[in-house]
Design a protein around this ligand. Structure first.
Ligand code: NDP
Length: 491
């Protein structure tokens, strides 16, 4: 069994209490690892190590080229351990090997992207009056607290760690208490490549203790968080003590709009991918499928036919197409919403239950589920379920599609399927969400910002925007003609 420790000030450390947390494989309930259960004291030690490393250590002071060299070495390590990381991610999170493999490749690519980006010019000069040269330089912020969820344990971590380190910050990172395995591996790589002491620190443990301590600390200059909207709200409150900068990537209830003139089979295929990839545990999941009234029957019939054929099973089985939910608690939450949908009067058209019998009994498997005949005010239409549950809504025209799509407190993602290019652009521009697709779903690129509108977040990940999150901008005004200003009389 794996034993997971914290990494503080360049050394592996047991926690300040003797408590351990068991890490479970959600496909079969077996214990795969024991993790040190961090305390507030551990968080404080990590914060102080990061503070010292920021104020006196080499990391913020070295050239961008040197920092980029470290990032490239990390990318190489990830690539060299691709198979191992993929297997560990599947064991810890439950996702099929195919999905975990993409995450690992994307994690390496993200380190490479920020290794390159930090070398690109990122200052400005302005032609201002008064014999002045005005310029802007970008500087690291300081100690950054990075808190991530369990649905993409490695990739969500890297989306924060890579730009934060590239910018010259030092970090205190906390994975989800459910899925710390691949992050621990990442920190092994940091240790092997001799990342300067204190530049990257990892604390394990619960959000309410360790996460709260990071978000509330006066010595943390910024907190970057990905997780649920309710937790994001708590982080905002904690961060207010020292007015630290916050970046929040939160939940979603994203609309996937299917017009009657779309390529029918492609739209069905992407609708399935949009909601059932990651067993629906993806913040940008296309969990509301909006179908034009005239193709409603045909579309739902075909969707259900295909959903019922999805092979659900353990992620390490090569034939598996959809894995389990991450934990008993998450499965219970999803089953609760399914029961709620039926109570609210929606029509269950597929799934709707935990899968049982044989190998299913020890894991947290829920059948691909969908509801039709919903109304906009139903809780299953408004609230993020974060599981394999789609809700169908129908619309008569473009205006109604847009109105229904935006009828949510969230604004993370959205898609439109149509063969009419002008209509596609018209509709997508009116969707109040930061991540959108036309005739596709879920594709994400390091180059483009990941950004939520409304209650889906504050700030951006990825792209140049993701790097900017981790930098301060400073203006420098340089007087090129030094002489007394003469503002006050020289008596
Ligand atoms: P949570 O908000 O429960 O947890 C996210 C992280 O925050 C975990 O590490 C958790 O710790 C920690 N945490 C919990 N409470 C606190 C607190 N009071 N102070 C500081 N940290 C805390 O989310 P889930 O892990 O359940 O992830 C699912 C959610 O994440 C969904 O809502 C999903 O939409 C969202 N998400 C958003 C993404 C985006 O890019 N917009 C991407 C991926 C997910 P621990 O669990 O270890 O106790």
């Amino acid at each position: 069994m794996l034993q997971l420790s914290m990494y503080i000030n360049g050394a592996w450390q047991a926690n300040n209490s003797v408590a351990k947390r068991q890490i479970i494989n959600p496909a079969n309930g077996t214990v795969i690892a024991e993790a040190a259960e961090g305390t507030e004291l551990d968080a404080e030690q990590a914060i102080q190590a990061a503070k010292q490393a920021f104020e006196q250590g080499p990391w913020p002071r070295m050239s961008a080229e040197e920092r980029a060299g470290y990032l490239l070495k990390i990318a190489e390590r990830i690539e060299a351990h691709h198979e191992e990381l993929t297997r560990l991610e599947t064991m810890d999170n439950g996702k099929p090997l195919r999905e975990a493999g993409y995450d690992v490749s994307d994690a390496a690519a993200c380190f490479r992207y920020y290794a390159g980006l930090i070398l690109a010019p990122h200052g400005e000069t302005y032609p201002v009056p008064d014999q002045m040269q005005a310029m802007v330089v970008r500087e690291p912020i300081g100690v950054c607290g990075l808190i991530v969820p369990w649905n993409y344990p490695l990739l969500m971590s890297v989306w924060k760690i890579a730009p934060a380190l590239a910018a010259g910050n030092t970090i205190v990172y906390k994975p989800s208490e459910l899925t710390p395995v691949t992050a621990t591996k990442l920190f092994e790589f940091f240790d092997q490549i001799k990342l300067p002491k204190g530049a990257a620190n990892m604390v394990l443990g619960a959000g309410e203790t360790v996460g709260h301590a990071i978000a509330a600390s006066d010595d943390v200059a910024m907190v970057s968080f990905t997780g649920g909207t309710a937790t994001g709200r708590k982080i905002m409150q904690d961060a207010s003590g020292n007015m630290k900068k916050i970046s929040l990537e939160l939940g979603g209830k994203s609309p996937n709009i299917i017009f009657a003139d779309a390529d029918f089979e492609a739209a069905v295929d992407y609708a399935l991918f949009g909601i059932y990839a990651g067993a629906g545990q993806i913040c940008s999941a296309g969990s509301r499928i909006l179908v034009e009234e005239s193709i409603k029957e045909r579309f739902i019939t075909r969707f259900v036919e295909r959903a019922n054929q999805i092979v659900v099973g353990a992620g390490d089985n090569p034939i598996t197409e959809m894995g389990p939910l991450v934990s008993q608690q998450q499965m219970d939450k999803v089953l609760h919403y399914i029961a709620l949908g039926q109570k609210e009067g929606a029509k269950l058209v597929c799934g709707g239950c935990r899968l049982t019998g044989g190998a299913y009994d020890n894991g947290f498997f829920v059948a691909p589920t969908a509801f039709a005949e919903t109304t906009p005010e139903m809780r299953i239409v408004q609230e993020e379920i974060f599981g394999p549950v789609a809700v169908f809504q129908t619309f008569r025209d473009e205006a109604e599609a847009i109105q229904l799509a935006n009828d949510t407190k969230y604004g993370l993602a959205g898609a439109v399927f149509t063969n009419n290019a002008a209509k596609a652009m018209r509709v997508i521009k009116k969707i109040r969400a930061g991540i959108t697709w036309i005739n596709t779903y879920h594709g994400t690129y390091n180059e483009a910002p990941w950004h939520g509108y409304k209650q889906s977040g504050i700030g951006s990940s990825l792209g140049t925007y993701g790097l900017d999150e981790f930098m301060e901008v400073k203006q420098i005004n340089f007087n090129l003609d030094v002489a007394p200003i003469g503002w006050f009389a020289n008596r």
